[in-house]
Design a protein around this ligand. Structure first.
Ligand SMILES: *Cc1c(COP(=O)(O)O)cnc(C)c1O
Length: 388
């Protein structure tokens, strides 16, 4: 067949194809939701938002909730409605759906490097109040040039290394020098510092986290002293995450806390000891169907690595006593029965708690929002896949 005819035939055939039915519809019972689906239990989610907001308010600091955890503007809108000062995004492209949804104060909590990226950041700065982390003069200059080109302003936070050893400047004198140089560049204002320590978040012992946060606070104070000695005001100190929020908020050095996962609480964070601080509830689940029961002691689910990330370990079953996850592959999770487990019926649905929230969200187009066993709404994970 001629190539054009073949293409036309394909298009016509495609038009004949039925649309896939939606996995879930607002108002439906939870039992009618197809699997695998990413579920948000609204009651637990809202309680988590209130817990964190109350925590930061007790210490008179702001919450700049991290949106890389969920990539969902509807989530951010609820955080801001409860009092969050704004959000963080880790990538410039990720910030676009949030800005479009009306989130007006966004920190890119990361370095923005390369002509394509700074041009995108400048476009964003035309439309929203934008802050960006810097740890190099070259990065600051390129950002300034891109802002000049579109006649927009942005705030920069100098990222400092308080022990995480990822990005950031370790020496206070160098941080001050970069801040002064950035402040002198067109369209940039120096806003303060970002002092984030990622690996501390998952230190299991609450006492160890507290002590490590004391050390972080001491390092931040050395930076603040250097800014003060140079006569350069440093109004913002941004940092902290779910695991250290309570200690960082109480430290007296942070002005805003960047926690993100707290709203959902994954298996990894649940393994922390929360003895000294408020804790959070599981609100995020992957709903999965038992598609095979090859032996009485084994059941297999229809959700695997394309529905849940596993780099932080296996997901955990919720509300299915007597069974546990023992393996995960592309499209399957394998469950094993404990001596006290009742048989699992073929076709029944179970909930899995993801081991790590952030990459799990990135695998889903929508969040099926549930209250009291009923689908309340479907929220697009609008920034999913946006990692530029
Ligand atoms: C991921 C991240 C956070 C939030 O961490 P959670 O563990 O999700 O609370 C905060 N700040 C920065 C810079 C991050 O990369």
């Amino acid at each position: 067949m001629h190539k054009e005819m073949l293409e036309k035939a394909c298009v016509e055939a495609a038009d004949d194809w039925p649309q896939l039915p939606p996995a879930a519809e607002a108002g439906a019972r939870l039992e009618a939701v197809d699997t695998p689906s990413l579920l948000l239990e609204l009651d637990a989610f809202e309680e988590n938002l209130r817990t964190m907001q109350a925590l930061v308010e007790r210490h008179d600091v702001g919450l700049r909730a991290h949106a890389k955890a969920h990539k969902c503007p509807e989530v951010a809108r609820r955080q801001v409605a409860l009092g969050a000062v704004g959000i963080c995004c880790q990538k410039v492209s990720e910030a676009f759906p949030f800005a479009r949804a009306g989130i007006h104060d966004i920190l890119i909590s990361n370095e923005v490097i390369g002509p394509a990226k700074v041009a995108m950041a400048a476009e964003l700065a035309r439309r929203t109040r934008l802050s960006v982390c810097i740890d190099s003069l070259a990065g600051a200059r390129a950002l300034s040039d891109a802002l000049v080109a579109v006649d927009a302003r942005a705030t920069v936070l100098v990222e400092v290394d308080v022990g995480h050893h990822r990005c950031g400047i370790a020496q206070p004198a160098e941080a001050v020098a970069l801040a002064q140089a950035a402040q002198a560049l067109p369209m940039l204002s120096f806003g303060g510092i970002q002092a984030y320590h990622g690996t501390l978040q998952h230190k299991r012992s609450s006492e160890q986290r507290r002590q490590a946060c004391d050390q972080v606070a001491a390092r931040v104070r050395r930076f603040l002293a250097a800014f003060q000695a140079a006569g350069l005001p440093c109004p913002v100190v941004s940092g902290g995450g779910t695991g250290t929020a309570a200690f960082d908020a109480a430290s007296g050095v942070f002005t805003e806390i960047q926690a993100g996962s707290y709203a959902f609480m994954d298996v990894d964070y649940a393994a922390n000891d929360w003895a000294q601080t408020p804790t959070f509830k599981h609100s995020l689940f992957v709903l999965a169907t038992v598609i095979s029961t090859p032996t009485p002691d084994r059941a297999v689910l229809d959700a695997g690595l394309k529905s849940l990330s596993a780099e932080s370990g296996l997901p955990r079953l919720h509300d299915t006593p007597g069974w546990r996850c023992i393996g995960i592959s592309d499209e399957h999770t394998v469950l094993s029965r404990e001596p006290d487990g009742a048989p699992l019926e073929l076709g029944s649905k179970v909930r899995l708690v993801p081991s790590h929230v952030d990459p799990t969200f990135n695998l889903h187009d929508q969040l099926v929002v549930v209250r009291h066993g009923q689908v309340h709404a479907l929220w697009p994970v609008a920034a999913r896949g946006l990692s530029r």
